[in-house]
Design a protein around this ligand. Sequence first.
Ligand code: MTE
Length: 324
Amino acid sequence: MLIKKASDIRPFEITSKKNYLNRRAFIKAGGVIGGAALATPAIGAIVPDNSLSENKRVKIPGVTPSEFSTDEAPNSYEDITTYNNYYEFGTRKDDPYDNSQDFDPRPWTITVDGEAEVTGTFDFDDFIKPHDVEERIYRMRCVEAWSMVIPWDGISLADIIKRFKPTSKAKYVAFETLYDKRRMPGQRSRVLDWPYREGLTIAEATNPLAILAVGLYGEALPNQNGAPIRLITPWKYGFKGIKGIVKMSFVERRPKTSWNLSAPHEYGFYANVNPEVNHPRWSQARERRIGAGLFAAKQPTLMFNGYGEQVAHLYENLDLRRNF
Ligand code: MTE
């Protein structure tokens, strides 16, 4: 397998050298990047820390705003990082935060294979071009009828895909999460058929809204949110947003996806936010905004989570009741 090392990555600058030097994760990465890089580490050196304590979180400077951001108020950092689904670390909402503290997402490689001219295994630092990181404040809607507004820091998936030159046979992009029972204790249970898998049509994957996120709130992505890299498709239910990605495959046939495999009548391949198609066990017409307070009224859910203008054309010829 080919491990590529890019020399053209413009490193991130860090705001506080003190914070930076304090980080246990940096000490590990220091051996790799060398002392000379202290003031200008590559993104790989910015290893996330789960802690909610301000002085342990690491800024990603230079993140540019995006025209695709909503002007709705974002949820708090605490809401976003303590109420998650990440079955690799347990099935309760607080398990990902509680059980991913010791997960070390470095070193990390991403394998790209299948129907593309450029394939191989790439170090995370070479896969991500830090100067392409944008802030995308997206409305996120979970199939469990709750929602949040999250300021992700990410890179256009379309731009990433272009680099691998998919062939005309590439109709879908499939993603896989790391499978390592030792580092991801939830994988010792058979609650899902591991590794976690997701997929998009090539048209969906190259839609300008789709990003691979490497941070949130301008800081390196915490483990519980999918460090070091995860998918974000804001017009789809949250379960499409696969975390801890180690593999991206260009394929001709529709790939198998974890929740569809687990409960095909409840979770379809498309998983578009659609208030008119109920989950078999509950309505999808309304949603509870996390952080709005216990007595806040639920708000109506919008078709494609409000992103219809950007994505409705992708589904023009599909019966969205059958293709849920
Ligand atoms: N990715 C992996 N690998 N494993 C998971 O269990 N859960 C999904 C998605 N990505 C999941 C995953 C579900 S159901 C949701 S709602 C989102 O992650 C929630 O995470 P977030 O709040 O960090 O977006």
